[in-house]
Design a protein around this ligand. Sequence first.
Ligand code: NCD
Length: 530
Amino acid sequence: MVRNGPFKGRTVAVVNDLGADEQLYLYRKARELKEAALAGRDVSGFRLDERDYQVYLIFMDDSTRTRESFRNAAGFLGSRVNVFDAATSSFNKNESIADTIKMLAGYAEDSAFVIRSKLEGVCRGLEGTIGRFAEQAGRPRPAFVNAGDGKHEHPTQEFLDEFSFLEQLDWKRDRIHLALTGDLYHGRTVHSKVDGLGIYKEVTVDLVAPELLGMPAHYVEKMRRKGYEVRLYESIDEYLAAGKVAPIWYFTRLQLERMGDAVLEKADSLRGALTFRRDQLGRLPEGARFYHPLPRDRAKPTNPQFLDELPLNGWDAQSANGYWTRIVLLGMVSGLLGADYQGARYAPESYEDDFVKEAPVELHSKPEYKVGIKPVEEGIVIDHIASGRPIGEIWDYVDAARRILSLNVRSSHGVYHTNSGDFKGIISLPDVTSFGERDLKKLAAIAPGCTLNLIRGHRVVKKYRLQMPPRIYSFDEISCKNPACVSAPAHQEGLSPEFLRKAPAAGESATTFVCKYCEKEHAFREIWDV
Ligand code: NCD
C-alpha cells in the first residue's frame, strides 16, 4: 500500500529541502518517539510495516554511524532494508549511478534511497532523472536522502545535531550560541549548520579553526546574511582567551582523506591548535557540552578520551539521536508520518523566464549603426555589450557572443565609447532579421544588459534590453566547474548542467550563478566553456 503523507517521496539533498516548519515537525516527532520508546509506551504509530516499501542504503564512501543508524531506523519502521555493496558492484564496470538506481527501484513498489558519495549533488541529480523515469512508468517517485556528499552537505547529520542541541536547550529556540571547531573547510557537517541553525531566533557562531581549515567564505557570508553573529578564531587557546565562550561546542575531525598534500603536511600542527587540553577545562562556562559527529581518531582525537566520563560529553547521546531522527525522517518520506503536520506548505522555488524587456526607441536624424563604414539598412545590431567594463573584457564578451551564437555571417564588431564616456561592445548583423528564443536566451546569458536593435530602413524600429535570465540551462556550452560535482562532464552521469541566478549580497555588485546540483557559486563568465 502506498502511503500519501505530505512529505511522501521528498528528496532531502540539503537541509533546506525541508522548510523550517518541517524541520521542527521532524524534531517534535523524534522527541515524541524517543520519549515514548524509552518509557516503554506504544510506538506503533511510527511503524510502517510494509515489506513492499524498500529503504536502499547505497554507501559509496566509508560510514559507520550514518549507515548503521539508517539500517536500524529502517528496521524499526518495518520496511524492506537493503544494503547495497557498492565496492563490488558494477560501478567498477563503469555503470552510472542513475542506471544502477533505475534497476534497484524496480524491486519494490516504492523506495527511499539513502546515498553517500564523493559526488556532490548526487541526490539532486537522481531526484530529476529517476523521478522522471518513475513518472513515465506510472510509479511513485522515490525519495533520495543525502547521507553525505563530498564536502558539500550532510543534512541528516544536521537534523540529529539540532535535535541534540534542542535537548540541551530544553527545547527553547530563542537563542543559540555555539562554537564550531576543527576542519571547517572540508567538513560537510559544519556546512549544513549554516541552514540548520535557522530555526533559532538569535544565533551566534564562533568559528575556531586556523585559516587553512577555515569555513569557506561563501558559507560565512551566508551566515551573516541570515543575521547570525559570526566571530572567527585561529585556535582554541585564542578563543578561550577572548572570553564570551559558547556553552555548546561542536568538534569535527581533520578530514585527512579530503586534503591536498600541502595541507596534509601541516596536519599535525593544525590539529594541535584544535585539540582540547585538560588545562583548558576551567575556562568553559557552566553546563557546557561538547558534541562531535564522530568518528574521532583513536590516536589523535581533538576531543580526547579524558573527556569521555565528564558531563561535558554530549557526543555519545548525540550519535544515539541519529536513530530516532532517522526513523522519523524515513517515516516522513515514506508517506507514513505527516497527517498531524500543521506548518507552512513547502513550495520549491519557481522561476520566471522574463529576460527580454522592450525598451523605448529614441528618434535620431541620422542612421545610427554601421557595418564597417556603411550604415546598416536592414538587420540587427547588438549594442551595449559589457558596457562599462574594461576594454579587454569587452572584447572577450564580444568574442564569446560571436562564438556561442555561431555568428558566421557578414558583420562587423568593435568597442566604442558610451554616452557616459565608458566603453561598450557592438556587433552589427546586416543580414540577420530575427533571433530565435534560444539564441536570445543565450545572448542574455552571455552579455546581460545588452540591447538588441531591429533596424528597418536605416532606423531602429524596435529595441529590446536583455537581462540576466534567472536560470541558465540546456546549453551545450556550459558546465559546473566543481570537479566533484555530479554534473561535471568527467563523471559522465548524463546530467544537464543548470545554474540559478543569485542576487549580490549587500555591498557587492556581481550577480553569481549557483550550480543546481552541488551549489558551487560561479562568476557568470565561469559557467561558459567558450
Ligand atoms: C561525518 C561525515 O561523514 O561527514 N560522520 C558522520 O556522518 N557521523 C563526519 C566525519 O566523517 O568526520
